[in-house]
Design a binder for this molecule. Structure first.
Ligand code: PLP
Length: 386
C-alpha cells in the first residue's frame, strides 16, 4: 500500500555508519533507520547473536518460559530501576500496553472514561489509541471516531497540566516524550519532567514516558528522563532496543506494574527467543562500551561543531537537542533536503516541515562528526542560497 512516499534509493548493504545502494554508491547514515540502528549496521556482536540464536531457537510462544526474555527483562529493570516488563514488537504496541495499564487502573477506581493527558506535537504511534494520543491532526484525519479518554495540553507547559488537574477528576495519567522527536526535536525546560512527576504524585496519576525514540543511550543516558534524576511509573521503549530486529517493551514500576494480570494482554511474537537474544546483545554491547559516556561526548562535539559551521547561515534558526538527537531548524520548509542530501551521499530526515533531524548511529566517532558537519554545511549553504 502507498503508505509511504519513498525516497528514490534502495540500500542493499550497511557497515557501521555507512550504507551502500544497489548501484554501489556509498552514503553516510545520519538517521540510523529513524533512531533504530544505534550500534550501526552489521555490528559484529549483533550479527553474531542473530546468527547463533537463529540456529538455536527462533520462536516458541509466550505460553512457555523464555529464558532470554527473562534475562532481558531483568537487564531493563536494572537499568531503569523499574519492576517488570511486557514485550511487544513495536513502539506503538508498547504504548498500547501502557495505555491499557492506565485504563485498568482507572476502571478499578470506578472512573468512567479514565483520561490521559497528552501533549501537542507529540507522536506515539499509528494504532487507533496511539494515533489519538498523538498531537498531530494529519496522523488522525480520516480515522475518526478517535479513542475516548485523552485531553491535550501544550508541550512543556506545566501550568496547563495543573489546570487540568484542578478541573478534570477523570485523569489517571500523563503521557509525554522527554524530547519530542517527530514533533521537531523539541527539548523542554530542564525541570519539566521533574514538575510533571510532582503533579502525578500529588494526584495519584501514573507518569508514562514514551522513550521509544529517546531511549537506549540516544541522549547520553540510558533513558532521557535519567537526566532529571526521576523514576517514572511506565516507560516505553522500542527502536534501538533491537537495532533493527522488531522488539518493544513497556516497563512498569510499583502499582503500575501490578495492573495487567493473566489474560489481560498478550502478543504472539513479543519477546521471543530470537528478538530477546538480539536485544540482550545490544544492551551488553552498549554496557561494555560505556555508550552513555560516548554519546555525551560525541553529542556535545556534534552540536558545538554544527553551531560553528552553520553560524553564518541566516536560514538556520536553531540547533538543539541532547546527545545524538539533534535538530537544525530552518526558517522555511525544507523537506526536499532529504533528496538533495541523498544526492550528496548523506541520509538525513526532515520533520515538522522545517527541522533537519539527525539521529546518527551512536557509534559515530569524532572523525564521523567532522565528516557529517562538513556535509551538512555544504548542503544547507547551497539550499539557503538558492
Ligand atoms: N513513540 C515515539 C516517540 C516514536 O518516535 C515512535 C516512532 O517513530 C513511536 C512511538 C511508534 O513506534 P513504532 O513505529 O515502532 O510503532
Amino acid at each position: 500500500m502507498q503508505t509511504y512516499n519513498r525516497l528514490p534509493v534502495s540500500f542493499v548493504r550497511g557497515d557501521g555508519i555507512w550504507l551502500w545502494d544497489d548501484k554501489g554508491d556509498k552514503y553516510f547514515d545520519a538517521l540510523a533507520g529513524i533512531a533504530v540502528c544505534g550500534l550501526g549496521h552489521a555490528h559484529p556482536a549483533v550479527s553474531q547473536a542473530v546468527c547463533e540464536q537463529s540456529k538455536q531457537l527462533v520462536h516458541t510462544s509466550n505460553l512457555f518460559r523464555i529464558p532470554h526474555q527473562e534475562r532481558l527483562a531483568e537487564k531493563l529493570c536494572a537499568i531503569t530501576a523499574m519492576d517488570n516488563v511486557f514485550f511487544s514488537n513495536s513502539g506503538a504496541e508498547a504504548n498500547e500496553a501502557a495505555l491499557k495499564i492506565v485504563r485498568k487502573y482507572g476502571n478499578q477506581k470506578n472512573i468512567d472514561t479514565p483520561t490521559v493527558i497528552v501533549t501537542e506535537n507529540s507522536f506515539h504511534g499509528r494504532t487507533l489509541a496511539t494515533l489519538t494520543a498523538t498531537g498531530n491532526r494529519q496522523v488522525q484525519a480520516g480515522f475518526e471516531p478517535l479513542v475516548k479518554g485523552f485531553v491535550r495540553v501544550p508541550f512543556n507547559d506545566v501550568d496547563a497540566i495543573s489546570h487540568v488537574a484542578a478541573n478534570n477528576k477523570k485523569v489517571v495519567a500523563v503521557m509525554v516524550e522527554p524530547i519530542q522527536g517527530e514533533g521537531g526535536v523539541n527539548v523542554p525546560s530542564d525541570d519539566y519532567l521533574n514538575q510533571v512527576r510532582e503533579i502525578c504524585d500529588q494526584n495519584n496519576w501514573f507518569m508514562i514516558l514514551d522513550e521509544i525514540q529517546t531511549g537506549m543511550c540516544r541522549t547520553g543516558h540510558w533513558f532521557a528522563h535519567q537526566h532529571n534524576g526521576i523514576v517514572t511509573d511506565i516507560l516505553t521503549v522500542a527502536k534501538s532496543l533491537g537495532n533493527g530486529i522488531p522488539i518493544g517493551a513497556c516497563i512498569a514500576r510499583g502499582e503500575a506494574s501490578q495492573q495487567l494480570q493473566t489474560g489481560n494482554h498478550g502478543s504472539t511474537f513479543g519477546g521471543n527467543p530470537f528478538a530477546s537474544a538480539e536485544a540482550l546483545a545490544v544492551i551488553d554491547t552498549m554496557q561494555n562500551t560505556d555508550m552513555p559516556a560516548h554519546v555525551t561526548a560525541t553529542g556535545q562535539l556534534l552540536q558545538k561543531k554544527l553551531r560553528a559551521a552553520l553560524s553564518g547561515i541566516e536560514a538556520v534558526v536553531d540547533v538543539r537537542g541532547k546527545g545524538l538527537m539533534v535538530g537544525i531548524e530552518l526558517d522555511r520548509p525544507c523537506t526536499e533536503l532529504m533528496t538533495q542530501a541523498l544526492e550528496q551521499g548523506l541520509v538525513i530526515n526532515v520533520t515538522a516541515q522545517k527541522v533537519i533531524r539527525l539521529l546518527p548511529p551512536l557509534i559515530i566517532d569524532h572523525e564521523g562528526v567532522e565528516l557529517l558537519v562538513g556535509k551538512l554545511q555544504t548542503l544547507i549553504k547551497a539550499f539557503a542560497g538558492s
